[in-house]
Design a protein around this ligand. Sequence first.
Ligand code: ATP
Ligand code: MG
Length: 384
Amino acid sequence: MKERVIIIRYAEIHLKGKNRGYFERLFSVNLEQSLRGIRHELHRMSGRYLVAEFDEAETDEICNRVSRVFGVHSYSRGLCVGNSLDEIFAAAERIAPNSGSFKVETHRGEKRYPLTSMQISAEIGGRLMEAFPSLRVDVHAPEHVVYLDIRENGKALVFGSFEPGPGGMPVGTSGRGVLLVSGGIDSPVAGYMMAKRGMTVEPLHFHSYPYTNEGAKEKVVSLCRVLSRYTSVDRLTTINVAQIQEEIHKKCAAELNVTLLRRFMFCLAQRYALEIGGQCLLTGESLGQVASQTIEGIASSNAVVSLPVLRPLIGFDKDEIIAVSRQIGTYEISVLPYEDCCTVFLPEHPAIKPKLSFIEEEEGKLDKEALLESAWESRETIAL
Ligand code: ATP
Ligand code: MG
């Protein structure tokens, strides 16, 4: 193994007791997947992984990718060397700054090492000060820290900083959910948050072609591609609901347009979930954000499905959702102008607290089964 490594520490996985092996396997599969196309080796060490044998020029790209893998608690660019003091010092000399204040901090995974952590820090710190006369020790508020991690296999890791990972749990450890994804700001964030908790996300988008154009679909494809940097998302399924919207528009009370459409969407999403082994539906709804996201609206959509519906943004303000979307890189795409299928037949005054009896009465005017069937037949899957 070449000396240059990226040290990856994982989070929360240790909480899972007996499942630990399973979690670690998925975590390493996800790491490998994120590094696809880059020459490297991935080594396992107790409680950490090391990326090694890569070209130095690819270090930043590897770090970028690792920083998006859920389950990564922190990572460090560093060196992996033999654990003799001479080898550790030679590595520390490469990591250390040549001026300013510093300290050496040692952690011993290998408790049989002949020196204590304090002794190792003192020895390496002393040698560094000899090598760089303008360095001075400050144990309380140093500008730089040289970290030494003495591992159990005769190796030592030497590095200068910890960079935070995204946290969360490895994708694939928390089941599979169908994400109802529009071209808006919220649903991609909802997908990100569920993936962060380890869920495999399967995006599903409803469009109203020919009332909406190809651009609307392309936008959702772009959003899903951004999501796929964090998760194993590799396909987007679309379903045409134009006919459903036309019929609702023709036959039902205008203020229920959105409410009724949502119920059709949920029915179709559940059918899709059952087809692909999905265990729940995921939406970007946030309580009270718009007329259809009241508790009455939510109850009316939930009433048509038996799978659980998870709404990770339910308690978020729009500002908070926007902050996450900026951070994950979906915001710029989400704010591009587009026509969502819901806006096509948007009523002037949507019902805010629709009564379930009224909803069912209006829905009764439609041939629900036939509409669902023909919409279902329109589904298409796009590889991302
Ligand atoms: P978003 O920003 O996700 O579009 P929104 O605030 O615009 O959300 P609505 O348009 O009321 O809210 O949609 C609520 C939720 O319903 C969305 O977060 C999404 O999960 C789902 N949804 C809405 N429109 C569609 C669509 N065309 N295809 C798939 N899901 C949709
Ligand atoms: Mg929307």
